[in-house]
Design a protein around this ligand. Sequence first.
Ligand code: TRP
Length: 444
Amino acid sequence: MWSSRWLFILAAAGSAVGLGNIWRFPYITGENGGGAFVLVYLICIAAIGVPVMMAEVLLGRAGRQSPINTMRAMARASGAPRAWSLIGWVGVLAGFLILSYYSVVAGWAVHYVFRMGGGAFEGADGAFASQAFADFLADPWQVLGFHTLFMVITVFIVARGVSAGLERAIRVFMPLLFVLLAVLLGYGVASGGFAAGFEFMFRMDWSALTVDGVLEALGHAFFTLSVGMGAIMAYGAYVPRQASIASTVTTIAVLDTAVALAAGLAIFPIVFANGLEPGQGPGLLFVTVPIAFGQLPLGAVFGTAFFVLVSFAAITSAISLTEPALAFAVEEYNAKRSRVAVSLGVICWLLGVGTVLSFNVWADVHVVGELTVFDFLDYVTQKVMLPLGGLFIAVFVGWVLPKTIVGSQLGLREGAATLLWSVLIRVLAPLGVLAVFVYAIFYG
Ligand code: TRP
């Protein structure tokens, strides 16, 4: 059991804050034209992500088992079909698929720890930084090496169990990440790109937003909060009985959103001050940040620290991706934690090779339509599996689970808060996901 509500907040924030905030949010904001996309993303967080996250935590705390068995127990308690445990199974699969490419991108960050440390970007301009990243991606062996390194570290930590040391580290590293984002922000102001970056992120240009962009904002809201596949449900199993779920979840969501917005505000000024392309895709973080640190005094030190922190944020997220599968295997088959961790790591590592190759040797291999292996995994997990998982979690907690369980978990008495919760979980969250799906299918 987490020793206090704060420990759970730290672990859940460690899961939520990761590549999704620092790498993914800025680049998809760039691809989708800025402000309007950011607004839709914020609405999805507040109206859909937060209620579904609350639902996951309350299920986890009520069931106190792995997500699969928690869903079985909760379905039984509701007199509902056992098939609801499919939420847990699909979540396990989603965790594998996400971790396979998450590890590859985290490997890029680890690579940049060494690159920055070696002073490779001193005085670098946009062209140099872009070329450096392209050259790195073009070499499958290097990318594979860092993917392997990241996976080995993750498996090592997971095998030893979520430890107290990790929580202490989160407590130190998370504020440091904010400090370094603030340094980048300061650089953005000084370099004169801040106004353009700010305007890009917050000016509403609705013509830039496509149907697919709306689906992307929805999927990203789930991804960045780590909800829709049971990771937060698995962590919820350890939340102390007396903690308030609503305020705990709100704290995590605010923190997560703050990191994403800070990352955007740090990166877009660099984009505009250096004449870079905001919609250039997954390389955005790795092309912009080295330029800034390359021009700052002590840049090699700060830049190294920055990518260490990003890699660390990625590890605490990766750990949570394994938790549903791990908890289930341990409790159902009495399997050894370390054994499960290694098997899981091998499977995800193998799957990840597809993503490694999709940026070089297999760049022209398309799984469906125009989608490379990486694009496909990203699409299926983020735009299909997580929103569907979230939809079913919301329907289950809103319409199937007995009110007595929900009420006692949330500490609800009759009143405005209860009404707001009901509207969110029963109507807004499920209909929101459905509406975006329908819209994407018929107008996309
Ligand atoms: N939220 C993490 C990030 O933003 C990624 C992540 C960790 C995740 N666990 C998850 C995404 C579970 C979806 C589901 O980087």
